[in-house]
Design a protein around this ligand. Structure first.
Ligand code: UD1
Length: 415
C-alpha cells in the first residue's frame, strides 16, 4: 500500500514544472479510437489512470505503445472493451463509448467505477446518445448502445464534462450537424476539440455552452500535446499559499485557474502571471467563501486542497460543494490532524487558526489524498498518509517529489 510521510515544511520556494492534464489526456486517448490512422501524443504524464486508459484502448483492439512521455495509438478497428474489471477501476473509461459507437455501430460497456465521491450516474451520456438515435439497453451492470447515428439537437440537463466529451466524439463521425446546448466549458473540453480538429473534425463553439459538430466521413491521424494540468498547478498553488514562500509553477496556465487565483488573492497571496507560468508569494491569511461550480466557476477538484488553506487562515471560511454529493470525505481526516471543520450537507464551515498536528491519516479519494499531503506540510511534526486505493498516483505525477523540489520534506515511504 502506498504511504507518504510529510514533515512540517513552513517555507516553500523554487520552481517546479506542471505536467499535462490527466483530465485532458484521458478523453484524448479515448478519441484516438475514432481513426484507424496513427495518433502520436506528447508529454503524457506517468499516472495510473493514463496507464489504465491505455489498457482500455488495448482491450478495444488498439495498438498502444509508449516511449518515455510519447504515446502512439493505432486503432485499426475499435470494438467494445473486453476487460470489464479494468473499466470498473476508472470512471473515465466510459469515454470510449461515444467513439466506439460512432465507429463500429455498437458498444457494450460495464458500468464504470472510479472515486466514490458521489453516485456518478451516466444518464446524461446515454440520453444524449439516444438523441443521436442510438438504441440504449441496460442489463444489470452492463449497458449496450447501438445503431447508426443521426445528428440532433441535444440539451444537457447539467453541463457534465464527461457527457459533453462523449457526445462531441460521437458526433464527429455522425452525418449532419449536431448541436449540444448547456455543454460543459472546461479547458479540457476545448483541448479535446482542438485535438479532434487536428484529426479533421469540424467543431465550433468549444469553451461555450453551445457546441456545434458537423459530422465528417472519417478522421485522420494527428500529433498533439495536451494542456498543462490546472488542478495539479492549483494544488501546488495551495501548497505555496500555506507557507511564506515564493514559488514558480512553470507552464501553469493562469487563464485556466482564474477562480482559484481569485480566492487565493483575496486571502492575501500574491499571484502573478509570469512569462514562464504562475508565481505565488506569501501566505493565505484571510478566510474565504468558495462554492464549487462548473467551469469557469470554482472547480470541485480544488475544494479539498483549498480547504486545507482555509484551516490556516484567521477566521471562518464557508465552502459549498454543489457538484458531487460525497466530496467531504477528507474532512474526517483533516479533523484527525486538529482542523476545526463542521459539515452540514453541502456546506462546510472551517474555523481557521487552529494548529494542525501530524498524525496517521487515510486517503479516501484522489483530491482528498492531495489535500492530506498539503495538510502534512502545515502540521507540526510528521504526518503519515496511507493511500490503500493508490489514489494519489492516479492523478498526480509524483506530487511528493514536486513538493520536495520546492523544499518540502515529503517522501513516499511504501509502495
Ligand atoms: C470530470 C473530471 C473530474 C471533475 C468533474 C467535475 C475527468 C476525467 N474527470 O468528471 O475530475 O471532478 O469532471 O468537474 O475529466 N452526472 C450525472 N449524470 C451523468 C453525468 C454526470 O448526474 O450522466 C453528475 C455527476 O454525478 C456529478 C456531476 O454531474 O454530480 C458532474 O459530473 P461530470 O461533469 O460528468 O464529471 P466527470 O466527467 O465524471
Amino acid at each position: 500500500m502506498p504511504q507518504y510521510q510529510i514533515s512540517h515544511s513552513p517555507k516553500l520556494s523554487g520552481e517546479v514544472a506542471i505536467s499535462t492534464a490527466k483530465n485532458a489526456v484521458l478523453p484524448i486517448l479515448a478519441a484516438s479510437l475514432l481513426t484507424h490512422e496513427e495518433i502520436i501524443l506528447h508529454q503524457i504524464p506517468f499516472l495510473t489512470d493514463v496507464r489504465h486508459m491505455a489498457d482500455v484502448l488495448r482491450s478495444c483492439g488498439a495498438e498502444v505503445s509508449q516511449q518515455d512521455r510519447d504515446i502512439r495509438i493505432r486503432a485499426l478497428s475499435a470494438s467494445s472493451p473486453r476487460d470489464a474489471a479494468l473499466l470498473r477501476t476508472m470512471r473515465a473509461s466510459v469515454l470510449v463509448m461515444g467513439p466506439i459507437l460512432a465507429r463500429a455501430g455498437e458498444c457494450v460497456l460495464s458500468m464504470p467505477g472510479g472515486c466514490a465521491i458521489g453516485q456518478r450516474p451516466i444518464d446524461l451520456h446515454l440520453k444524449g446518445l439516444q438523441k443521436l438515435s442510438a438504441r440504449v439497453e441496460q442489463d444489470g451492470g452492463t449497458v449496450r448502445v447501438s445503431g447508426a447515428l443521426r445528428s440532433a439537437n441535444i440539451y444537457l440537463d447539467f453541463p457534465s464534462v464527461g457527457a459533453t466529451e462523449n457526445l462531441i466524439m460521437a458526433a464527429t463521425l455522425t452525418r449532419g450537424v449536431t448541436r449540444i446546448e448547456n455543454a460543459a466549458k472546461e479547458p479540457e473540453i476545448v483541448d479535446l476539440c482542438h485535438f479532434l480538429t487536428a484529426m479533421g473534425a469540424r467543431i465550433a463553439g468549444a469553451g461555450t455552452a453551445n457546441i456545434t459538430v458537423e459530422g465528417v466521413e472519417c478522421l485522420h491521424g494527428a500529433e498533439y500535446t495536451p494542456i498543462p494540468d490546472r488542478i495539479e498547478a492549483g494544488t501546488l498553488a495551495c501548497a505555496a499559499a500555506l507557507t511564506e514562500g515564493s514559488v514558480l509553477l512553470v507552464g501553469a496556465r493562469t487563464d485556466h485557474m482564474r477562480a482559484l487565483l481569485f480566492k487565493l488573492s483575496e486571502s492575501g497571496v500574491i499571484c502573478q502571471e509570469d512569462a514562464r507560468g504562475l508565481r505565488l508569494r506569501g501566505k493565505a491569511r484571510h478566510p474565504m467563501e468558495a462554492r464549487t461550480l462548473s467551469y469557469p466557476g470554482f472547480p470541485t477538484d480544488m475544494q479539498a486542497p483549498l480547504m486545507v488553506v482555509a484551516t490556516q487562515t484567521h477566521g471562518l471560511s464557508v465552502f459549498l460543494e454543489t457538484i458531487f454529493e460525497n466530496r467531504y470525505m477528507h474532512v474526517v481526516e483533516l479533523k484527525r490532524l486538529g482542523a476545526h471543520i463542521r459539515v452540514e450537507g453541502q456546506l462546510a464551515l472551517i474555523q481557521g487558526g487552529h494548529i494542525l498536528n501530524g498524525a496517521s491519516v487515510t486517503a479516501t479519494d484522489l483530491r482528498a489524498a492531495a489535500a492530506l499531503m498539503l495538510a502534512g506540510l502545515a502540521a507540526q511534526g510528521q504526518t503519515l498518509i496511507s493511500d490503500p486505493g493508490g489514489h494519489l498516483m492516479r492523478g498526480y505525477e509524483r506530487l511528493e517529489e514536486k513538493l520536495r523540489a520546492l523544499g518540502a520534506e515529503a517522501e513516499k515511504v511504501a509502495d
